[in-house]
Design a protein around this ligand. Structure first.
Ligand code: ATP
Ligand code: MG
Length: 793
């Protein structure tokens, strides 16, 4: 039975297609049809229908024609109720009349001419009414599926990149709507916080915004603080009650002392005002855990997510800096939109929900700018250079940081770089594919990579000096991580400090993949057979392109400066360029210790130069590769392949022989491996017991029993666990034998020690299990040992 055209009978009840709800029975259906929601949606549909019947679709408009011109022309056919112009997507307009017969009058006119242009006028297309925006339009797969054919049709990669901008950028109407929200909030907040200002920043206004991007806002209450202080002193003079401005003492400012209130306290008030006084705003909540606390809200009518912060004037200033960059360089926007979309597709940027280990869009933007500063010749100037281009009136200091740069792009000389977008994009991937993240701190301020060693020894003296400075200018050293990217103004803030090792590695690996692809014909040449080419393959989401995997079991121990003990950091700092080798030496020493002392393996080192094996422990034989032959081979290797190998030669000069990092812990010299990577001769390892099984249980038992409870370091505990297992468990029928080849990788990739495993005798088939255990156990133990060894050195 069908009671209404929107109601469909279902085997178990009804379905309202208008409201998209299931209704279980007849009484509930009755209630639903009489309900507020159904009637509201129903009336919205009829309004939309009437609007459609009263509108015409106009195309053939040129940019010089304004909305006023259109209005003036179409008014001759009847009174107008609205005009919607979309210059971004093909120069069309929808002209809405107050009455349907004006449409007839318009369509009966054979030719429409405006300012010499022939306009095409059609009845407005009738679309089915939908309650909510089509979910598909926000679905990444759907967006990509729609983008693909359009990209394939373009004539060049440059045209594809311009198309990406057209597709994603904020339209004029979207910008206008955001402007209205800002205006509305300004009007409300000024009532509660006199002299305050609401200032937009971030993607809504930085020229890189996309549909649905959030609306970042600053509530600037600096002037309100002055106002409050003044009002307070006047009140004190005049006695209790009323200030001279007529603001009653029970205004919101009497609840809070802005000069001493924390950001979170101010934001609680902001949240209360948003909830009570701003129409169409809902889902208001304060996020205190963020580095800069914010109030989040949602604007229902515009379906917009907003964030309000206080004390964040640097963000407004760095947004102006991004606007300046766009103003001085036309190629920046297509490059940025393309890279932002690529990073989104590959899950490299954007943290759903705010916090997370991926790059945020601001950090990604700075990476693009840094690359452009490093092009040859440079596409963008450094921030220091920009500072020198500014005039006196443009000087700007915020929280003790120099934020000076010209206010107008005209003050910045045009770049001499003439590369097209296609080659700049390929250059970006190639730049970061090879970038040595482990040993560099990216400085957009100076436009160069600063050596990490300068930051490893942020010593006490500096801290003491800073403590003596007034609190406003007290600056701490940046939080170091796997990717270090300094804010251009707040120079001690690592904007990529949230990244973990994995997200940094993913970013670099994707750059390497993209770099490889950009060298293929498919990147630059349009397919004549309609196959994906150019950006399409770059944008192919994760999972569709499998990554090549090496089958050799490998354990990597990344150089992670943050987890190193202070003393080792100082030693590495002293080693200058040779810090990677010194670190590698320490890691190898720790690896040997884990296998020998902790896991009780029999370890020997194969010296392939001499072609013989010798026991590592107590090995007195001379096993060094001659220094001369090592240095010759190092110097003759490709210098671009490995900065580590270059530094090996340099280290010899700068360090005394007993701290020569090119000498292994057992006096072995580093040599160059197949790909020019410094390595030590491989170890051969023999293991007779299943020492990896049941460790947790043994550890627990040892801990429980006071007599056997192991004392001392984690190393001793783990050694006792192994000893216990060896004592209790029978030997393997056939010992497991395997080789480990240690190498240090750096220069073209982030610094890490790579241990390649190769089982040479595994008759009982236990290698896989053992390796699986080592993957987690070894890096953890090495980290602990690095601490102990450094402490006792
Ligand atoms: P989108 O909102 O589309 O992800 P966005 O350009 O607005 O992109 P956000 O990451 O939201 O970028 O950052 C908004 C603004 O907040 C930036 O322009 C910057 O001023 C400031 N900001 C964001 N992250 C940081 C950070 N890690 N350090 C310093 N300022 C930041
Ligand atoms: Mg934002």
């Amino acid at each position: 039975m069908e009671t209404d055209k929107d109601i469909k009978c279902k085997p178990r009840g009804f379905h309202c297609t208008l409201c998209n709800v299931h209704i279980p029975n007849m009484p509930s259906l009755d209630q639903h049809l009489k309900g507020k929601r159904h009637n509201m949606i129903s009336s919205a549909r009829s309004t939309r229908k009437t609007q459609g019947e009263c509108s015409v679709y106009v195309s053939g408009i040129k940019p010089e024609i304004s909305q006023t011109d259109i209005a003036a022309y179409f008014e001759q056919f009847g009174p107008l109720s609205d005009i919607i112009m979309d210059k971004d997507n093909g120069f069309f307009a929808i002209v809405q009349f107050s009455e349907a017969n004006s449409v007839e009058a318009t369509l009966s006119c054979v030719e429409h001419q405006l300012k010499g242009l022939k306009l095409r006028v059609k009845p407005r297309e009738k679309k089915d009414f939908k309650l909510t925006p089509d979910k598909k339009t926000n679905d990444p797969q759907h967006i990509f599926d729609r983008l693909k054919p359009n990209l394939c049709q373009q004539a060049s990669v440059d045209a594809q990149m311009q198309h990406v901008v057209q597709q994603f950028q904020l339209g004029e109407n979207e910008k206008k709507a955001r402007g209205l929200v800002v205006q509305l909030l300004q009007e409300v907040f000024i009532e509660f916080f006199p002299d305050s200002q609401i200032l937009p920043f971030g993607s809504s206004v930085n020229t890189f915004g996309i549909h649905n991007c959030d609306l970042d806002l600053l509530l600037d209450i600096e002037n309100t603080k002055v106002f409050q202080a003044r009002a307070k002193s006047t009140t004190e003079q005049a006695g209790e009650g009323m200030s001279d401005d007529g603001h009653s003492e029970d205004s919101i400012l009497s609840d809070i002392d802005l000069s001493s209130a924390s950001a979170a306290e101010v934001l609680d008030l902001v949240a209360a005002i948003l909830k009570r006084c701003v129409p169409s705003v809902y889902k208001v909540h304060v996020v205190r855990s963020a580095r800069l606390p914010v109030v989040k809200f949602h604007h229902r009518k515009l379906n917009l997510q907003g964030d309000i912060s206080v004390n964040n004037r640097l963000a407004v200033r760095n947004t102006c800096f991004l606007q300046l960059c766009t103003g001085t360089e036309d190629r920046l926007r297509p490059l940025m939109y393309t890279i932002r979309y690529w990073a989104k597709q590959k899950w490299l940027a954007g943290n759903p929900g705010g916090a997370g280990p991926r790059l945020n869009n601001y950090a990604l933007t700075l990476l693009v700018i840094f690359y452009l500063q490093n092009c040859e010749p440079a596409v963008l100037p450094t921030v220091d250079q920009l500072k020198d281009m500014a005039c006196e009136e443009e000087e700007c200091m915020i929280e003790g940081w120099n934020c000076t740069f010209p206010s107008q792009p005209i003050a910045v000389p045009p770049s001499k770089n003439t590369q097209d977008l296609c080659s700049l994009l390929a250059g970006f991937f190639s730049f970061y594919a090879k970038f040595d993240f482990a040993s560099s701190i990216i400085s957009v301020r100076e436009g160069r990579a600063l050596p990490i060693t300068d930051f490893l020894s942020q010593n006490k003296e500096e801290e003491v000096m800073q403590e003596e400075q007034p609190p406003k200018t007290q600056h701490h050293s940046p939080k170091l991580g796997p990717l270090n990217l300094l804010d251009p103004f707040e120079l001690t803030h690592n904007v990529a400090g949230n990244l973990n090792q994995r997200s940094q590695r993913n970013f670099q690996r994707e750059c390497q993949e993209a770099d490889k692809y950009c060298h293929c014909l498919q990147y630059q040449h349009k397919s004549t057979k309609g196959k994906p080419w150019g950006l399409v393959r770059l944008f192919t989401p994760h999972g569709n392109v499998p990554h090549s995997k090496t089958h050799q079991p490998t354990i990597s121990i990344p150089f992670n400066s943050v987890s190193l003990p202070e003393e080792l950091r100082s030693q590495l700092h002293m080693a200058g360029d040779g810090f990677q080798l010194l670190w590698f030496q320490k890691v190898c020493s720790a690896v040997e210790e884990v296998f020998q002392t902790v896991l009780k393996c029999h370890l020997t080192r194969t010296d392939s130069v001499h072609g013989e094996d010798s026991a590592v422990v107590g090995a007195a034989e001379e096993m060094e590769t001659s220094t001369a032959s090592l240095n010759t081979s190092i110097n003759s290797c490709d210098s671009t392949e490995s900065s580590v190998s270059t530094s090996m030669a340099g280290v010899k000069r700068s360090l005394s022989s007993d701290s020569d990092p090119s000498v292994s812990p057992q006096g072995k010299k580093l040599r160059l491996g197949k790909r020019g990577r410094p390595e030590l001769p491989p170890w051969t390892c023999v293991l007779k017991h299943i020492v990896w099984l049941g460790r947790r249980k043994v550890r627990w038992e040892l801990n429980k029993d006071t007599e056997t409870r192991p004392e001392g370091s984690c190393l001793q505990v783990e050694s006792q666990v192994t000893a216990h297992i060896i004592e209790k468990e029978p030997e393997l029928k056939e010992a497991l034998e395997f080789k480990i080849q240690p190498q240090v990788v750096g220069g073209t990739e982030s610094t890490k020690a790579v241990l390649k495993f190769e089982p040479t005798s595994d008759k009982t088939g236990v290698f896989q299990d053992f390796f699986h255990f080592l993957e987690a156990f070894l890096p953890k133990m090495v980290e602990t040992l690095l601490e102990i060894q450094t402490g006792s050195a």
